[in-house]
Design a protein around this ligand. Structure first.
Ligand SMILES: C[S@@+](CC[C@H](N)C(=O)[O-])C[C@H]1O[C@@H](n2cnc3c(N)ncnc32)[C@H](O)[C@@H]1O
Length: 244
């Protein structure tokens, strides 16, 4: 895809997530247009639990950077381990929801350990790290990085890692059971697809699906040691460290 078309698509992707902020969690919580019935929803939450357990076993401790942090669905998990979290996202709207969720978490009856959290509103493709992190985490973000920007994105990740730093990521497998009833996948090799909000507005966004073996190979070629796994139907997840 030509560079200017790609830039336009990435701007539209940001606009989509800004407009979707208030309804974003419906996808994760399997409500509204994402409700696939009791059996599939149960499988979804079982597989979420599998990824969450892998993240706990990974132990995202110390100084953690969460890229494309969104509404904070995974922040709760990170907060159980981290001393400090920097949550970066391009959308002020999702960061406001994230902040409110964190405040509830810090003051609620199940108050988690209380890391310090800094919010940073930035476009990942233009962002350059000012400090280094022990752990970099991103969930449901890598599939929104165009194939053409994959190498540059991982260079940014590498530049933001402290010595001995580690990466954990999670994302969607290619299945039309994950998205809303009225969304259509464009085939496993498509670079973008159309998404609709509850009010009917439509946007084009980047969506690149990886198979675990393919992603592992790409990361190895870039100088990472990666372990990429998949749950039964919905998710891909893994960890990576730069090869010395
Ligand atoms: C699919 S959501 C994932 C959110 C969160 N990580 C999660 O698992 O729920 C993608 C997120 O990427 C953010 N985003 C989109 N384009 C971005 C960009 N260029 N720079 C930073 N964040 C961006 C959106 O605002 C949105 O919060």
């Amino acid at each position: 895809m030509a560079d200017d078309r790609l830039d336009e698509l990435l701007r539209e992707q940001i606009a989509y997530y800004r407009a979707r902020a208030g309804e974003y969690d419906e996808w994760f919580l399997r409500t509204g247009r994402y409700d696939r019935g009791a059996e599939l929803n149960r499988r979804w939450f079982d597989e979420v639990a599998e990824v969450a357990a892998a993240l706990d076993a990974f132990r995202p401790a110390g100084r953690v950077l969460e890229l494309a942090a969104g509404t904070g669905l995974w922040m709760e998990r990170l907060a159980l381990h981290a001393d400090h979290i920097t949550a970066l996202d391009a959308s002020a709207e999702v960061l406001a929801i994230n902040r409110a969720r964190l405040n509830r978490l810090a003051t609620g009856p199940d108050a988690a350990p209380n890391p310090t959290v800094i919010y940073e509103q930035a476009d990942i493709f233009a962002w350059r790290p000012r400090e280094r992190y022990d752990v970099i985490f991103f969930s449901f973000w890598l599939s929104h990085v165009p194939r053409e920007r994959f190498d540059a994105f991982w260079q940014t990740v590498r530049a933001a890692l402290a010595d001995g730093g580690r990466v954990f990521f999670a994302d969607s497998l290619y299945t039309d059971l994950s998205t809303a009833h009225d969304h259509q996948l464009a085939g496993p090799d498509a670079a973008s697809l159309r998404r609709r909000l509850n009010d009917g507005r439509e946007y084009s966004i980047v969506k690149v699906f990886y198979r675990p073996d393919e992603l592992s190979e790409r990361l190895t070629a870039l100088g990472w040691q990666a372990d990429v796994r998949a749950t039964a139907s919905f998710f891909l997840y893994g960890e990576a460290v730069p090869v010395a």
